[in-house]
Write a protein that binds this ligand. Structure first.
Ligand code: ADP
Length: 477
């Protein structure tokens, strides 16, 4: 089975959020399960050249704006499975992944070039796996091309939703020169063109990153104007929970952390905690619990609740450590919170790279994710492996991956609250801290969390089953 994964970000090349972890780890996990997987991503200028091997081809013909041009494609074997990097400096040498006014154009080009690249291989992939709106153009193009190109007749497409909130919206006037005018209906949504919608309409099958999120996006509250479409296609919508790459997130072998540890011996975690306090210039009071958060600073991540509950959080006596980049209003809030309580609140504003994220996971006691919505969420699963107990809002993948601790049975690996309110969040934090003060009980919760298996092996098998189903599907277009 040959699977081509198209993504706008992938670890270890370029990362903005969880999509990068998933695209990189899935490509690798499929390869280790004997699937002929390959990854295609843009060659951004910020990608470390040491990860890229050689120029694969320098004459990939791409028809764009009515003209035929030639671009280069580079190759990397860092993931073991081959990764191909589309080299178009005009679009991708911008020092950013997203955030340009012409993002829709940049990624429409990426999709066109990726499909042109597939044609250069000895045979077509069985499935082209497209991820989020930047790859929404690809299923439309593939559907059109397989009608008259023998090469693609057996190829199916899967479109995976990692976040429904991002549409890649643009002015429909631009559809004509992007060559999608014949498919305008697929894109049109409330007067704009939506690359997300086009992917959802044109792909043979859809998936998203947790079963609960698969249900939530079929409701008007979380469907971002497309719940009707997802309900209509619900028989082709799978929910597969993301996995964790335990080669990368493993406290026993993690090169970034101060001391290794595992479920049977947690003594190293104490060293990691002191190391973390030092890194954030906080007093080395190791008995005081550390509550941490690592996330993009956007409303989705529940920062409004943290802002409302800020003094309540400090009233518990805990330290608070935050790593995040994003909206100015939340950066300002973090800064002023830190300025008010410099000995209790540690902050890092910006994208820190991997090491600091690992050090926080290893050194913290509690990981807070009060998300408004969360398609899957990865940090709660990373936390569990590091014995850092998640306190989460029961939404999307957070609900699917965290079991609320029950003191009567001793079962459970985290703490979940329901209502989106600072009061409910604070209540759960206080409950978690109550059990933190009982070392034996806390140890039990840590053991439950660390032993939980969220590995990619399981997730990759589910994707393989889904790919097999897709390949069997009759062509719907
Ligand atoms: P999302 O994809 O919505 O951003 P996830 O929890 O699925 O959320 O994944 C976020 C990923 O990005 C995690 O690997 C997390 O550690 C990482 N991350 C988020 N913000 C930062 C940051 N400022 N610095 C370093 N890593 C970050």
């Amino acid at each position: 089975m040959r699977i081509a994964i198209l993504s706008s970000e992938a670890v270890p090349f370029a990362k903005v959020g969880g999509l990068a972890d998933v695209s990189g780890a899935l490509t690798k996990a499929l390869h280790s399960q004997a699937v002929d997987s390959l990854l295609i991503i843009p060659f951004y200028d910020q990608i470390d050249r040491a990860l890229v091997d050689d120029e694969f081809i320098n004459d990939l013909e791409v028809t764009w704006r009515g003209q035929e041009g030639r671009i280069s494609v580079f190759r990397s074997t860092t993931l073991k499975a081959p990764a191909y990097l589309i080299d178009a400096p005009h679009y991708f040498a911008r020092g950013l992944v997203y955030g340009a006014t012409d993002d829709f154009e940049r990624f429409a080009f990426f999709c066109r070039a990726a499909i042109a690249l597939l044609k250069r291989f000895d045979r077509a992939p069985d499935v082209v796996h497209c991820n989020d709106w930047p790859c929404g153009f690809a299923p439309v193009e593939l559907r059109a091309r397989r009608k008259h190109e023998e090469f693609f007749t057996g190829t199916r497409s899967l479109f995976s939703i990692h976040n429904m909130a991002y549409h890649g919206a643009f002015n429909p006037v631009d559809l004509w020169w992007l060559d999608f005018l014949n498919y305008a209906d697929d894109f049109m949504l409330s007067g704009t063109a939506s690359a997300l919608k086009a992917g959802l309409v044109a792909a043979d099958t859809l998936s998203t990153v947790s079963p609960r999120y698969a249900r939530e996006i079929q409701t008007p509250e979380q469907g971002y104007g497309l719940d009707w479409l997802l309900r209509a296609r619900s028989d082709r919508l799978a929910g597969i929970t993301n996995g964790v790459d335990y080669e990368v997130w493993n406290p026993k072998t993690d090169p970034h952390i101060a001391a290794p540890f595992d479920a049977d011996d947690l003594s190293g975690k104490q060293k990691c905690k002191l190391d973390l306090l030092r890194r954030f210039s906080l007093p080395e009071e190791s008995a005081r619990p550390i509550i941490a958060i690592i996330s993009r600073l956007v409303a989705q991540k529940g920062y409004d609740l943290i802002r409302q509950g800020a003094s309540g959080i400090l009233d518990t006596g805990a330290f608070f450590i935050a790593l995040g980049a994003g909206a100015r209003e939340y950066e300002d809030f973090l800064q002023s919170w830190h300025d008010r309580a410099p000995h209790r609140v540690g902050i890092y504003k910006g994208f820190a790279g991997e090491a600091l994220a690992h050090q926080i996971e290893a050194g913290a006691d509690i990981f807070l994710m009060p998300s408004l919505y969360e398609p899957c969420g990865l940090n709660q699963m990373y936390s569990m492996r590091y014995g850092t107990i998640p306190v989460v809002r029961a939404t999307g993948g957070l609900d699917d991956t965290v079991d609320n601790f029950d003191p009567n049975t001793g079962k459970g690996d985290g703490f979940k609250f329901g209502p989106y309110s600072a009061t409910a969040m604070l209540e759960k934090i206080r409950e978690a801290l109550y059990f933190y003060s009982e070392p034996e009980t806390w140890r039990g919760i840590q053991r439950n969390a660390m032993k939980r298996d969220n590995s990619w092996t399981i997730t990759a098998k589910k994707y393989i089953n889904l790919y097999e189903e897709i390949i069997e599907l009759p062509r719907i277009f």
